[in-house]
Design a protein around this ligand. Structure first.
Ligand SMILES: Nc1nc2c(c(=O)[nH]1)N[C@H]1C(S)=C(S)[C@@H](COP(=O)(O)OP(=O)(O)OC[C@H]3O[C@@H](n4cnc5c(=O)[nH]c(N)nc54)[C@H](O)[C@@H]3O)O[C@H]1N2
Ligand SMILES: Nc1nc2c(c(=O)[nH]1)N[C@H]1C(S)=C(S)[C@@H](COP(=O)(O)OP(=O)(O)OC[C@H]3O[C@@H](n4cnc5c(=O)[nH]c(N)nc54)[C@H](O)[C@@H]3O)O[C@H]1N2
Ligand code: SF4
Ligand SMILES: [Mo]
Length: 732
């Protein structure tokens, strides 16, 4: 029996691809992109194209396990484990695991209060159910500490909202109409590959692609113009561009007058940022800044694909804020193929109150809202936090022992013998090495979910394709079972996945009207209901072409959201307190931040005092063929990446007597890592770059030993891309 199941990729990626899984006799035998999906159009990235290797990997966690060895000791994989190899873990039953967790949670709550329990989750799956529903209900009812989920995007989100008020952006299909596209801290080719064909289509019709990125990404290599900006200086560049645009009268005075506030304050402020001054910070030539500003303001339509790279630095919120002002100044929101996209996620206003039930906190032992812990500061939380200290940690959808900053401090915390750690995982990751109990988790092939997106406007249902492997359980089923074991009797813990999807879609938001589970199941993907309520403006199935890679995907012949383009801010409608784009923000003023926008060099940058000791700016970046730490353990993808490398400029290498290919020690006062030098022109002098990888697969150590727990200016975000280091030759 052969069946083709529609699913949606739930990995933490803007594209949220439509996926078709072929199942034969209960086994998935083929995975491909859904050609009918109007944005992702039938192809998958290299990672998910190999998903059968991930689902059926011999390294999967298939059974609940209990630690018998020392903390930090690795598990030999499931396959060797069953063959009787020595392991840090022994297999137990679900009943034993649930009993132990429930009794430890009860005891810790009694002794220290329920806030001594900390959930830790992030982007393992972005499915609406398995990303945040039963788990939240459970921890709310328990009265556990609340986790501030800040590790990825919160600075950018706050920066964007300070101008636009709501996380909406240019519809990705409209990029085909742009004449000028700026990829600003956006590695489209690596991290958002389904936008690329639309960029290419625009270029065939004469559009220019400009990339603003300190690293020579694949996207930058394909571009018409690459501006290798210094890390963390984007606010200066945007203010410099606005200096030119305002002083040369290139802004849209009518749009500014109707739909913005604070223009006079902005005009005054940009006088402090003439291109010559901006050039010194950004490392870009003054004439290039001038040219960029003029081209951007005068080529119509111009679209900015801003991504989250910009906001992983200390002043990331202000940087995103300044960039987001640009289309408000030029009025480019009015044009199809104009505007800016950082995220589209604000359009999916699912009913979170019923999905997550924050009200349950009041029913907990605590009786009030629990304290919050910022996930970026996990190391600190585990080693310094008191009243109460963290005595239990429940990790799911995340691999903090690989991805969290200041790795050494995180590990010191995870090694605490008195910390009870549970990890719900698909694989024996860096984090399971510190678990007392490991629980086996399903992949998206093995459970049902509702899928939103942050890079397009199509809602999808992801069907379960196969039975769970081994004794794996989804996050929903795991927390349902735990709630039962804890004796939580609330009705919401008994809801089925379908009931939860129905509840999530019960939202007053107009964009969700007319979209219910049955329709999603019938149509696989549904465009949100924008504007005057036209029907889903998707490709017809027969208009799409299936491809196996970029080159084979044909541009669609059919007009797309064309009949009903979504132009969120064409006539204002901003989500800010004033209802206008805010060049001046009262809310920022109240927070003690600059209410207009300004540039201050990060404390860890070449312009800071600390640079005397550690003079190089480290870009501790992601890999094109992994997804943060996910996929990094799969041999088929490891072959396509080259972790363990430090890229540096010829000048910096020469100054330190480092040859291409030599072993180097990269260090600061937080830690050290040993990597192989690569002198390849990827970065300019003063910047070095290395890639995120599993700690235990890195013989030279995790690069997150070098990154810091310092928080961003807005949103309490992570500053992975503001870290100073020094490099020296090392013995091999
Ligand atoms: N293949 C792949 N895809 C992914 C991921 C992955 O790990 N691999 N991760 C997923 C996740 S979690 C996310 S959040 C998204 C992120 O998607 P992006 O935001 O695109 O991700 P980053 O790689 O962090 O940053 C993008 C680019 O910004 C550049 N950059 C860094 N600092 C600065 C700066 O100060 N200024 C400027 N102008 N540019 C800067 C980096 O060099 C990088 O090329 O991608 C998702 N997709
Ligand atoms: N140095 C450096 N560090 C970074 C970044 C960087 O650019 N540089 N990027 C940061 C960013 S943007 C992000 S978003 C974070 C990402 O950090 P995380 O959200 O921790 O992302 P992943 O590394 O992908 O780990 C997700 C884990 O969840 C598991 N998982 C997947 N699906 C499920 C499920 O259904 N149930 C359960 N229980 N588990 C599941 C996967 O197997 C995987 O081990 O990393 C951050 N860390
Ligand atoms: S990781 Fe991103 S590009 Fe790859 S299949 Fe998933 S959604 Fe698509
Ligand atoms: Mo992220």
């Amino acid at each position: 029996m052969k069946r083709v199941i529609h699913a949606a990729c739930p990995h933490d990626c803007p594209d949220a691809c439509g996926v078709l899984i072929t199942v034969e006799d209960g086994r998935a035998v083929k995975v491909q992109g859904d050609p009918a999906h109007p944005f992702t159009r039938g192809f998958l990235c290299a990672k998910v194209a190999k998903y059968l290797d991930r689902v059926y990997s011999p390294e999967r966690v298939l059974y609940p396990m209990r630690r018998v060895g020392a903390k930090g000791m690795q598990n030999s994989n499931a396959a060797t484990h069953s063959a009787g190899a020595k392991s840090a873990f022994e297999r137990i039953t679900w009943d034993e695991a649930l009993d132990e967790i429930a009794s430890r949670f009860r005891q810790i709550s009694r002794e220290f209060g329920s806030e001594a329990i900390l959930p830790y989750s992030y982007g393992g799956t972005l499915g609406a159910l398995n990303g945040g529903s039963m788990d939240r209900r459970f921890f709310h009812r328990l009265g556990a500490s609340q986790l501030e989920r800040t590790i990825c995007s919160s600075a950018g989100e706050e920066g964007l909202k300070s101008v636009l008020g709501i996380k909406l952006g240019t519809e990705p299909e409209q990029f085909r109409h742009s004449k000028y596209i700026i990829a600003w801290g956006a590695n489209i080719h690596g991290n958002n590959v389904h936008l690329w064909p639309f960029v290419e289509e625009a270029r065939r019709q004469g559009a220019r692609l400009v990339v603003i990125d300190p690293y020579r990404t694949r996207t930058a290599r394909c571009a018409d113009w690459h501006l290798p900006i210094n890390l963390g200086t984007d606010a200066a560049l945007a203010l410099g561009m606005m200096h030119v645009i305002i002083n040369q009268g290139l802004y849209d005075a009518d749009y500014v007058a109707r739909y913005t506030v604070g223009f006079e304050q902005l005009r005054a402020r940009v006088q402090e940022y003439p291109p010559q001054r901006v050039a010194q910070w950004t490392g870009l030539a003054a004439e290039d800044i001038l040219k960029l500003a003029r081209e951007y303001a005068t080529t119509r339509p111009a679209a900015i694909r801003l991504n989250y790279g910009v906001q992983r630095s200390e002043r990331g919120g202000m940087s995103v804020r300044a960039v987001c002002m640009l289309p408000c100044l030029t009025g480019s929101w009015k044009e199809i193929g104009g505007g800016l996209q950082l995220s589209t996620s604000g359009a999916y206003q699912l009913n979170k109150e019923v999905l997550q039930r924050p009200d349950l906190m009041r029913k907990s032992d605590l009786g009030h809202l629990a304290r919050t812990v910022n996930m970026v500061e996990l190391g600190k939380a585990l080693t310094e936090l008191n009243e109460p200290p963290v005595k239990a940690l429940f990790v799911y959808n995340s691999n903090p022992a690989a991805v969290a900053p200041n790795h050494n401090q995180v590990v010191r915390g995870l090694l605490r013998p008195d910390l009870f750690t549970v990890v719900h995982e698909q694989f024996f990751t860096d984090t399971t090495d510190y678990a007392d109990i490991v629980l086996p988790a399903t992949t998206f092939f093995e459970h049902k979910d509702l899928q939103t997106a942050y890079g397009h406007y199509y809602l999808q249902v992801s069907h379960q394709a196969i039975e769970p492997l081994g004794e794996c359980r989804s996050n929903v089923e795991t927390f349902r079972a735990l709630a039962e074991r804890m004796g939580f009797e609330d009705e919401c813990f008994r809801q089925s996945a379908d009931q939860m999807i129905d509840a999530a879609l019960q939202s007053p938001n107009p964009w969700l009207q007319g979209i219910d589970r049955h329709r999603l199941e019938r149509e696989s993907h549904v465009r949100l209901k924008f504007g005057n309520g036209q029907q889903q403006a998707g490709l017809r199935r027969d208009d799409a072409r299936v491809g196996t890679g970029l080159g084979l995907v044909q541009a669609s012949t059919q007009a797309m959201p064309e009949q009903n383009p979504f132009l969120p801010f064409a006539e204002g409608n901003f989500g800010t307190p004033s209802g206008k784009a805010e060049f001046y923000s009262e809310q920022l003023a109240n927070l003690g931040l600059d209410p207009v926008a300004n540039f201050v060099p990060p404390q860890e940058s070449r312009h800071s005092e600390r640079a005397r000791q550690f003079p190089l700016e480290l870009l501790a970046r992601k890999s094109d063929n992994f997804l943060n730490s996910s996929f990094a353990n799969l041999p088929v993808l490891q072959k396509m990446e080259n972790p363990g490398v430090l890229e540096l400029s010829a000048a910096d290498a020469k100054a330190r007597g480092i040859q291409d290919g030599a072993q180097v020690r990269v260090f600061n006062d937080r830690g050290e890592a040993f990597l192989r030098a690569r002198v390849n022109g990827a970065v300019r002098p003063g910047t070095v770059s290395a890639r995120l990888y599993w700690a235990k697969l890195s013989p030279g150590g995790s690069i997150n030993v070098l990154t810091s727990e310092r928080l961003t200016d807005m949103g309490g975000g992570a500053t992975f891309y503001s870290a100073l280091v020094e490099v020296e030759p090392a013995a091999s």
